[in-house]
Design a protein around this ligand. Structure first.
Ligand code: ADP
Ligand code: MG
Length: 326
Protein backbone atom coordinates (compact mmCIF):
# COMPACT_ATOMS: atom_id res chain seq x y z
CA UNK A 1 0.00 0.00 0.00
CA UNK A 2 2.93 2.33 0.83
CA UNK A 3 6.44 1.39 -0.18
CA UNK A 4 9.72 3.20 0.39
CA UNK A 5 12.62 1.74 -1.56
CA UNK A 6 15.99 2.98 -0.41
CA UNK A 7 14.67 6.52 -0.17
CA UNK A 8 17.04 9.42 0.39
CA UNK A 9 15.77 12.96 0.68
CA UNK A 10 18.16 15.88 0.66
CA UNK A 11 16.65 19.33 0.84
CA UNK A 12 18.29 22.07 -1.18
CA UNK A 13 20.94 23.91 0.76
CA UNK A 14 21.24 21.37 3.59
CA UNK A 15 24.31 19.36 4.41
CA UNK A 16 22.80 16.30 5.95
CA UNK A 17 20.05 14.35 4.17
CA UNK A 18 16.68 14.48 5.96
CA UNK A 19 16.20 10.80 5.09
CA UNK A 20 18.78 8.30 3.98
CA UNK A 21 18.26 4.82 2.65
CA UNK A 22 14.80 4.44 4.14
CA UNK A 23 13.17 1.19 3.16
CA UNK A 24 9.82 -0.15 4.37
CA UNK A 25 6.47 -1.34 3.18
CA UNK A 26 3.10 -0.74 4.82
CA UNK A 27 0.32 -3.18 4.08
CA UNK A 28 -3.31 -2.31 3.64
CA UNK A 29 -5.08 -1.95 6.96
CA UNK A 30 -1.95 -1.52 9.07
CA UNK A 31 -1.53 1.05 11.82
CA UNK A 32 2.03 2.32 11.84
CA UNK A 33 3.70 4.73 14.21
CA UNK A 34 6.59 6.77 12.84
CA UNK A 35 8.63 7.77 15.85
CA UNK A 36 11.83 9.66 16.45
CA UNK A 37 13.07 12.94 17.87
CA UNK A 38 12.23 16.25 16.28
CA UNK A 39 14.18 16.58 13.02
CA UNK A 40 14.54 12.82 12.55
CA UNK A 41 12.56 12.87 9.30
CA UNK A 42 9.01 11.88 10.23
CA UNK A 43 7.25 14.74 8.45
CA UNK A 44 9.50 14.30 5.45
CA UNK A 45 8.27 10.70 5.14
CA UNK A 46 4.67 11.84 5.20
CA UNK A 47 5.34 14.59 2.66
CA UNK A 48 6.89 12.04 0.34
CA UNK A 49 3.82 9.82 0.65
CA UNK A 50 1.62 12.78 -0.31
CA UNK A 51 3.95 13.73 -3.10
CA UNK A 52 4.45 17.12 -1.57
CA UNK A 53 8.15 16.33 -1.87
CA UNK A 54 10.04 13.94 -4.13
CA UNK A 55 12.89 11.67 -3.14
CA UNK A 56 16.41 12.69 -4.12
CA UNK A 57 17.05 9.03 -4.81
CA UNK A 58 15.11 5.83 -4.34
CA UNK A 59 11.46 5.27 -4.95
CA UNK A 60 8.15 5.88 -3.19
CA UNK A 61 5.13 3.87 -4.28
CA UNK A 62 1.66 4.48 -2.87
CA UNK A 63 -1.49 2.51 -3.70
CA UNK A 64 0.47 0.51 -6.21
CA UNK A 65 1.87 3.47 -8.11
CA UNK A 66 5.37 4.83 -8.33
CA UNK A 67 4.76 8.46 -7.39
CA UNK A 68 7.23 9.58 -10.03
CA UNK A 69 4.87 8.26 -12.65
CA UNK A 70 2.01 10.52 -11.57
CA UNK A 71 1.82 13.66 -13.68
CA UNK A 72 1.70 16.93 -11.75
CA UNK A 73 -1.81 17.69 -12.90
CA UNK A 74 -2.96 14.30 -11.57
CA UNK A 75 -1.49 14.83 -8.10
CA UNK A 76 -4.65 16.40 -6.64
CA UNK A 77 -6.62 13.41 -7.85
CA UNK A 78 -4.07 11.02 -6.32
CA UNK A 79 -4.27 12.85 -2.97
CA UNK A 80 -7.97 12.16 -2.73
CA UNK A 81 -7.15 8.62 -1.66
CA UNK A 82 -5.24 10.01 1.31
CA UNK A 83 -6.64 11.88 4.29
CA UNK A 84 -4.25 14.10 6.23
CA UNK A 85 -4.35 15.31 9.80
CA UNK A 86 -1.83 17.77 11.23
CA UNK A 87 -0.73 18.99 14.62
CA UNK A 88 -2.16 22.46 13.99
CA UNK A 89 -5.56 21.24 12.68
CA UNK A 90 -5.45 23.53 9.60
CA UNK A 91 -9.13 24.35 9.58
CA UNK A 92 -10.52 27.26 7.58
CA UNK A 93 -11.18 29.80 10.35
CA UNK A 94 -14.10 31.58 8.71
CA UNK A 95 -15.95 28.42 7.73
CA UNK A 96 -18.27 26.46 9.99
CA UNK A 97 -17.61 22.88 11.06
CA UNK A 98 -19.95 21.64 8.36
CA UNK A 99 -18.36 23.84 5.70
CA UNK A 100 -14.87 22.76 6.68
CA UNK A 101 -15.76 19.13 6.14
CA UNK A 102 -17.83 19.79 3.02
CA UNK A 103 -15.18 21.99 1.45
CA UNK A 104 -12.89 19.20 0.27
CA UNK A 105 -15.82 17.45 -1.35
CA UNK A 106 -17.01 20.65 -3.02
CA UNK A 107 -13.65 21.39 -4.60
CA UNK A 108 -13.39 17.85 -5.87
CA UNK A 109 -16.77 18.18 -7.54
CA UNK A 110 -18.75 15.73 -5.42
CA UNK A 111 -22.49 15.84 -5.96
CA UNK A 112 -24.66 17.82 -3.59
CA UNK A 113 -26.48 14.63 -2.61
CA UNK A 114 -23.25 12.90 -1.69
CA UNK A 115 -22.09 15.90 0.34
CA UNK A 116 -25.37 16.11 2.23
CA UNK A 117 -25.08 12.50 3.22
CA UNK A 118 -21.34 12.16 3.75
CA UNK A 119 -20.70 15.26 5.87
CA UNK A 120 -23.19 14.51 8.67
CA UNK A 121 -22.02 10.90 8.72
CA UNK A 122 -18.37 11.90 9.06
CA UNK A 123 -19.28 14.36 11.81
CA UNK A 124 -21.29 11.67 13.60
CA UNK A 125 -18.37 9.28 13.39
CA UNK A 126 -16.08 11.76 15.15
CA UNK A 127 -18.77 12.66 17.69
CA UNK A 128 -19.52 16.18 16.54
CA UNK A 129 -23.17 15.93 15.57
CA UNK A 130 -24.95 19.08 16.70
CA UNK A 131 -21.90 21.30 16.29
CA UNK A 132 -22.18 21.75 12.52
CA UNK A 133 -22.75 25.50 12.72
CA UNK A 134 -19.88 26.34 15.04
CA UNK A 135 -16.81 28.14 13.84
CA UNK A 136 -13.42 26.62 14.65
CA UNK A 137 -12.69 29.22 17.35
CA UNK A 138 -15.87 28.17 19.13
CA UNK A 139 -14.51 24.66 19.63
CA UNK A 140 -11.97 23.15 21.98
CA UNK A 141 -8.66 21.95 20.54
CA UNK A 142 -9.81 18.34 20.67
CA UNK A 143 -13.01 19.21 18.84
CA UNK A 144 -11.08 21.11 16.21
CA UNK A 145 -8.91 18.06 15.65
CA UNK A 146 -12.06 15.97 15.33
CA UNK A 147 -13.27 18.29 12.58
CA UNK A 148 -9.92 17.81 10.86
CA UNK A 149 -10.31 14.05 11.16
CA UNK A 150 -13.87 14.20 9.79
CA UNK A 151 -12.52 16.21 6.87
CA UNK A 152 -9.73 13.68 6.36
CA UNK A 153 -12.10 10.71 6.17
CA UNK A 154 -15.14 12.23 4.47
CA UNK A 155 -13.80 11.38 1.03
CA UNK A 156 -13.38 7.69 1.92
CA UNK A 157 -9.59 7.63 1.70
CA UNK A 158 -7.73 4.34 1.83
CA UNK A 159 -4.92 5.90 3.80
CA UNK A 160 -4.92 8.39 6.66
CA UNK A 161 -1.68 10.20 7.49
CA UNK A 162 -1.45 11.97 10.83
CA UNK A 163 1.50 14.21 11.65
CA UNK A 164 1.70 14.63 15.44
CA UNK A 165 -2.09 14.95 15.64
CA UNK A 166 -2.03 15.10 19.44
CA UNK A 167 0.89 17.50 19.64
CA UNK A 168 -1.26 20.50 20.57
CA UNK A 169 -3.69 18.69 22.84
CA UNK A 170 -3.76 17.91 26.54
CA UNK A 171 -3.30 14.25 27.52
CA UNK A 172 -6.97 13.50 28.15
CA UNK A 173 -8.03 14.89 24.78
CA UNK A 174 -5.14 13.14 23.07
CA UNK A 175 -6.54 9.82 24.26
CA UNK A 176 -9.80 10.62 22.46
CA UNK A 177 -7.97 11.38 19.25
CA UNK A 178 -5.86 8.21 19.46
CA UNK A 179 -9.02 6.26 20.11
CA UNK A 180 -10.65 7.75 17.06
CA UNK A 181 -7.70 6.95 14.81
CA UNK A 182 -7.64 3.41 16.18
CA UNK A 183 -11.31 3.15 15.36
CA UNK A 184 -10.85 4.39 11.81
CA UNK A 185 -8.05 1.87 11.39
CA UNK A 186 -10.22 -0.88 12.83
CA UNK A 187 -12.59 -0.22 9.94
CA UNK A 188 -9.85 -1.10 7.44
CA UNK A 189 -8.23 2.25 6.69
CA UNK A 190 -4.43 2.25 6.71
CA UNK A 191 -3.12 4.75 9.26
CA UNK A 192 0.41 6.15 9.47
CA UNK A 193 0.95 8.42 12.43
CA UNK A 194 4.07 10.42 13.23
CA UNK A 195 4.40 11.10 16.92
CA UNK A 196 6.67 11.42 19.84
CA UNK A 197 4.05 10.51 22.40
CA UNK A 198 5.91 7.58 23.88
CA UNK A 199 3.09 6.59 26.21
CA UNK A 200 0.58 6.10 23.40
CA UNK A 201 2.99 4.13 21.28
CA UNK A 202 3.75 1.87 24.22
CA UNK A 203 0.11 1.24 24.95
CA UNK A 204 -1.13 0.71 21.42
CA UNK A 205 1.43 -1.98 20.65
CA UNK A 206 1.29 -1.47 16.91
CA UNK A 207 4.02 -1.45 14.32
CA UNK A 208 6.71 1.11 15.07
CA UNK A 209 9.16 2.54 12.56
CA UNK A 210 11.82 4.57 14.30
CA UNK A 211 13.93 7.20 12.59
CA UNK A 212 17.12 8.70 13.93
CA UNK A 213 18.77 11.50 11.97
CA UNK A 214 16.97 10.34 8.84
CA UNK A 215 17.95 6.72 9.16
CA UNK A 216 15.55 3.96 9.95
CA UNK A 217 16.85 2.32 13.08
CA UNK A 218 13.92 0.08 13.91
CA UNK A 219 10.88 -1.49 12.31
CA UNK A 220 9.09 -3.53 14.88
CA UNK A 221 5.66 -5.11 14.88
CA UNK A 222 3.85 -4.46 18.13
CA UNK A 223 6.71 -2.41 19.46
CA UNK A 224 6.84 0.21 22.12
CA UNK A 225 8.36 3.62 21.82
CA UNK A 226 11.83 2.36 22.65
CA UNK A 227 14.61 4.44 24.05
CA UNK A 228 13.17 7.82 24.96
CA UNK A 229 16.27 9.21 26.58
CA UNK A 230 17.05 11.43 23.59
CA UNK A 231 13.56 12.75 23.19
CA UNK A 232 12.99 15.96 25.07
CA UNK A 233 9.68 15.78 26.83
CA UNK A 234 7.56 17.97 28.97
CA UNK A 235 5.97 16.37 31.95
CA UNK A 236 2.27 16.50 31.10
CA UNK A 237 0.01 17.82 33.81
CA UNK A 238 -2.02 15.20 35.54
CA UNK A 239 -5.37 15.07 33.81
CA UNK A 240 -8.32 16.20 35.81
CA UNK A 241 -11.79 17.55 35.42
CA UNK A 242 -13.72 17.45 32.19
CA UNK A 243 -10.92 16.22 29.97
CA UNK A 244 -10.27 13.22 32.18
CA UNK A 245 -13.92 12.35 32.46
CA UNK A 246 -14.46 12.66 28.73
CA UNK A 247 -11.45 10.52 27.89
CA UNK A 248 -12.50 7.89 30.36
CA UNK A 249 -16.04 7.93 29.08
CA UNK A 250 -14.91 7.33 25.51
CA UNK A 251 -12.68 4.48 26.49
CA UNK A 252 -15.46 2.89 28.52
CA UNK A 253 -18.09 3.29 25.84
CA UNK A 254 -15.94 1.88 23.09
CA UNK A 255 -14.91 -0.91 25.36
CA UNK A 256 -18.48 -1.79 26.24
CA UNK A 257 -19.62 -1.62 22.63
CA UNK A 258 -16.99 -4.00 21.49
CA UNK A 259 -16.20 -6.19 24.46
CA UNK A 260 -17.68 -9.19 22.76
CA UNK A 261 -16.24 -8.37 19.38
CA UNK A 262 -12.55 -8.21 20.09
CA UNK A 263 -11.02 -10.16 17.28
CA UNK A 264 -7.39 -9.62 18.02
CA UNK A 265 -6.14 -9.99 21.55
CA UNK A 266 -4.37 -6.84 22.59
CA UNK A 267 -1.18 -7.55 24.51
CA UNK A 268 -1.97 -7.02 28.17
CA UNK A 269 -4.46 -4.16 28.05
CA UNK A 270 -5.02 -2.77 31.49
CA UNK A 271 -8.59 -3.24 32.60
CA UNK A 272 -10.63 -0.15 31.96
CA UNK A 273 -11.91 -0.27 35.52
CA UNK A 274 -8.52 0.79 36.73
CA UNK A 275 -9.08 4.25 35.43
CA UNK A 276 -12.22 4.94 37.37
CA UNK A 277 -10.38 7.62 39.30
CA UNK A 278 -8.32 10.04 37.27
CA UNK A 279 -4.72 10.04 38.35
CA UNK A 280 -4.13 12.40 41.23
CA UNK A 281 -1.54 15.06 40.51
CA UNK A 282 1.57 13.06 39.77
CA UNK A 283 1.84 10.42 42.43
CA UNK A 284 4.57 8.23 41.09
CA UNK A 285 7.88 6.87 42.23
CA UNK A 286 10.59 9.48 42.08
CA UNK A 287 12.75 7.17 40.01
CA UNK A 288 10.14 6.61 37.32
CA UNK A 289 11.24 8.75 34.38
CA UNK A 290 7.97 8.28 32.51
CA UNK A 291 5.17 10.83 32.58
CA UNK A 292 1.87 9.57 33.96
CA UNK A 293 0.09 7.68 31.23
CA UNK A 294 -3.50 7.34 30.21
CA UNK A 295 -4.63 3.90 29.28
CA UNK A 296 -5.90 3.24 25.79
CA UNK A 297 -7.87 0.23 24.77
CA UNK A 298 -7.92 -0.56 21.11
CA UNK A 299 -11.01 -2.53 20.26
CA UNK A 300 -11.53 -4.29 17.00
CA UNK A 301 -14.67 -2.39 16.32
CA UNK A 302 -17.34 -3.22 13.82
CA UNK A 303 -17.56 0.12 12.12
CA UNK A 304 -20.21 -1.25 9.81
CA UNK A 305 -22.47 -1.08 12.84
CA UNK A 306 -22.35 2.66 12.62
CA UNK A 307 -23.95 2.40 9.19
CA UNK A 308 -21.43 4.64 7.54
CA UNK A 309 -18.59 2.29 6.95
CA UNK A 310 -18.93 1.94 3.25
CA UNK A 311 -19.46 5.59 2.52
CA UNK A 312 -16.47 6.62 4.55
CA UNK A 313 -14.24 3.99 3.08
CA UNK A 314 -14.04 2.25 6.41
CA UNK A 315 -15.55 -0.98 5.26
CA UNK A 316 -13.62 -3.93 3.97
CA UNK A 317 -12.64 -3.46 0.40
CA UNK A 318 -12.09 -6.03 -2.21
CA UNK A 319 -11.31 -3.70 -5.06
CA UNK A 320 -7.85 -3.94 -6.49
CA UNK A 321 -5.13 -1.39 -5.96
CA UNK A 322 -4.69 1.23 -8.62
CA UNK A 323 -2.06 -0.66 -10.54
CA UNK A 324 1.04 -2.81 -10.29
CA UNK A 325 3.94 -1.48 -8.26
CA UNK A 326 6.29 -3.35 -10.58
P1 ADP B 1 10.49 15.54 12.00
O1 ADP B 1 9.14 15.61 11.39
O2 ADP B 1 10.87 14.19 12.50
O3 ADP B 1 10.71 16.61 13.02
P2 ADP B 1 11.39 16.60 9.44
O4 ADP B 1 11.09 15.63 8.39
O5 ADP B 1 10.51 17.78 9.59
O6 ADP B 1 11.55 15.83 10.83
O7 ADP B 1 12.87 17.16 9.22
C1 ADP B 1 13.97 16.32 8.96
C2 ADP B 1 15.17 17.19 8.62
O8 ADP B 1 14.95 17.84 7.37
C3 ADP B 1 15.42 18.31 9.62
O9 ADP B 1 16.81 18.47 9.72
C4 ADP B 1 14.79 19.51 8.98
O10 ADP B 1 15.42 20.69 9.37
C5 ADP B 1 15.01 19.24 7.50
N1 ADP B 1 13.96 19.81 6.67
C6 ADP B 1 12.65 19.50 6.69
N2 ADP B 1 11.96 20.17 5.75
C7 ADP B 1 12.87 20.94 5.12
C8 ADP B 1 12.80 21.88 4.04
N3 ADP B 1 11.64 22.14 3.42
N4 ADP B 1 13.94 22.49 3.66
C9 ADP B 1 15.11 22.23 4.26
N5 ADP B 1 15.25 21.35 5.27
C10 ADP B 1 14.16 20.72 5.70
MG1 MG C 1 7.54 16.80 11.96
Amino acid sequence: MIRFENVTKRYRGTKRPALSGVDFEVQRGEFVFLVGASGSGKSSCLQLILREESPTSGRVAVLGRDLKSIANRKVPYFRRSIGSVFQDFRLLPSKTVYQNVAFTLQVTGASRGFIQQAVPEALALVGLSGKEKRLPHELSGGEQQRVAIARAIVNRPQIVLADEPTGNLDPGTSVDIMQLLARINAGGTTVVMATHEAAFVDQMQRRVIELRDGEMVRDEVGGGYGDTSNVPRLEPEAIRGAAATAALQTVREVHRETEAAIAEPIPAPAPVEEQRTPAPPTVKPADDPRPPTHQITVPAIDVAELGVADRLGLAERDDEEVGPTS
